[in-house]
Design a protein around this ligand. Sequence first.
Ligand SMILES: Nc1ncnc2c1ncn2[C@@H]1O[C@H](COP(=O)(O)OP(=O)(O)OP(=O)(O)O)[C@@H](O)[C@H]1O
Ligand code: SF4
Ligand SMILES: [Mg+2]
Length: 329
Amino acid sequence: MSDRILQVSRLDVTFQSRLRSNSILRGIDLEIKAGEVLGLVGESGCGKSMTASACLGMVPPPGRVTGSIKIEGEEIVGRPESKLRAIRGGRIAMIFQNPMRSMNPFFTLGRQMIDVICCHRPVNRIEAHSIALSELKAVRIPDPELTLDRYPHQLSGGQIQRALIALALACQPRLLIADEPTTALDVTIQAQIVSLLRRLADEKGLAILFITHDLGLVSQLCDRVAVMYAGRIVETGSVESVIDEPCHPYTEKLLGAVPVVGRGKRDLVSIPGHVPDAAVIPPGCAFHDRCDRATEVCAKAHPPVQTFGQDHAALCHHARRAQQFTEAS
Ligand SMILES: Nc1ncnc2c1ncn2[C@@H]1O[C@H](COP(=O)(O)OP(=O)(O)OP(=O)(O)O)[C@@H](O)[C@H]1O
Ligand code: SF4
Ligand SMILES: [Mg+2]
């Protein structure tokens, strides 16, 4: 059996209104294998969360999805909601930025975990209780028995995020989508959640799509990274290759010229200008009015994919390794 858990190809998401057509995602290709963590980065509004929604079959109406999204070889584009529901929460799980909002404040953690486990696995409530307990132990929550009897407001943000990861794992997913899961947490708890996710990928073979603005976290956690701009993946490759030697001018700018040393954290750098509106994406390369390397062809022709070594590709007319660029300029 293939170890490819997620395969996305030529994915487009468009929102059509009476007056205009917004191309939110354009020709997205992604792949995540078992045990692999893929980081998805890019400026606000570039389409990271929409990519996550599409992978869950949860693009809101009137969004139109075309292309292909396969979970363990099974196509989800065009699937009826009843079939998607079984895949979601079963083979795919998701954790979000604000964990408190994913919990019902009126029920204990145990009640919520047992309900979800019973919904996705053929077990009774007593069996579900022991699954909940063992998953809480697996994510190293202190006093798991006691924690099961607590209400969400009696838990810290870090404990809730761990509990949600435990809940996701109790349903035995193959793919975990994490959309900025540590943004609301302090740095120490962030580090604990990141090392937990890494351990789950290594030990359980979980495939993880990790969405973030924090390049420090990408370096710590991810095997590969995909950089998005205006609804497209513009650069992808191993973390070492893309972060140490970016080939696309956008990635190079996002990374900034000078790494922030000693903070253990490196947010994306803000770039002058703004991402084009999805209704009026310019012809040629969508980045051309913000790019120092742009030439005449960039405003006219769609950029080609250029490859660098085995697993590193950039969508650009003038892609080259950052070192080459530094030497040439
Ligand atoms: N329901 C919707 N209808 C129409 N357009 C939408 C909808 N949801 C999001 N968009 C648009 O899709 C684009 C991508 O949004 P998305 O939420 O994926 O960005 P993002 O990369 O996750 O940003 P952030 O880093 O701020 O979370 C934005 O231009 C947004 O306005
Ligand atoms: S295609 Fe041209 S404008 Fe676009 S990123 Fe490459 S050099 Fe810049
Ligand atoms: Mg988002």
